[in-house]
Design a protein around this ligand. Structure first.
Ligand code: GAR
Length: 224
């Protein structure tokens, strides 16, 4: 069932794109998949009016694919191509085709370790969100929890944001602060941040599925 909804942040001229109810999620990840599992569990509990319609990884052995398959979600490895940090042109096309074939409304990056750019973001304009393990704009990029620990901050955290053409620069939807405690290692701090992620990400997806997130410029509002 399709309903017309406003895009999350104003574009000129204003236009709307169809969003389904429940929201159709395409999840991209490169790692163990704990965020995907948290979203799937929240959907099963009835907390998130969404469906996971496809899970895609750039890493053939990634745990996220095993978790997805064991829950019965369509899941596939799509090779990223010749670059280390982004998709090459053929791979980008393959990801786009797979997401379009699954009629995805919202692309949810859950530990997807490649930068999305150009054609992908044009086609899924304002329809891609990411979770990042720091309080952005501090510590974008790789191993953000380690960057935070090395810097000596007293609060680390996680951020859910829209994805734009920059690296971890899109409008921030929600953040959770996580204390750094005496004796923390990169591993213990990352575990504490990931606990916060598993609570935050499903809440954001639920709010998006309910069309509660309003965006004006870089400001967003509406997370209950
Ligand atoms: C998460 O901590 C997420 O914040 C991070 O990858 C991990 C994936 O864990 N993402 C990034 O660093 C993106 N820049 P998961 O596979 O268990 O969900």
């Amino acid at each position: 069932m399709f309903q017309r909804r406003r895009l999350p942040w104003p574009v000129e001229p204003a236009f709307t794109l169809p969003m389904s109810n429940p929201l159709r999620l395409g999840i991209l990840g490169s790692g163990k998949g704990s965020n995907m599992v948290a979203i799937a569990d929240a959907i099963s509990r009835g907390d998130v009016p969404a469906r996971i319609v496809t899970v895609i990884s750039d890493v053939e052995s990634a745990g996220i694919l095993d978790h997805a398959r064991s829950r019965g979600f369509p899941a596939q490895f799509i090779a990223p191509g010749k670059f280390r940090t982004k998709l090459d042109e053929d791979a980008e096309r393959a990801y786009i085709d797979a997401l379009k074939a699954a009629e995805v409304d919202l692309v949810v990056l859950a530990g997807f370790m490649r930068i999305l750019k150009g054609e992908f973001l044009r086609l899924f304009e304002q329809r891609v969100i990411n979770i990042h393990p720091s309080l952005l704009p501090a510590f974008p990029g790789l191993a953000a929890w380690k960057q935070a620990l090395d810097y000596g901050v007293k609060f680390a955290g996680c951020t859910v944001h829209y994805v734009d053409q920059g690296v971890d620069t899109g409008p921030i939807i929600a953040q959770t602060a996580v204390p750094v405690v005496d004796g923390d290692t990169a591993t213990t701090l990352h575990e504490r941040i990931q606990l916060a992620e598993r609570s935050l990400y499903p809440r954001v997806v639920a709010a998006m599925a309910r069309d509660q997130i309003k965006v004006s410029g870089r400001s967003t509002a509406g997370l209950p």
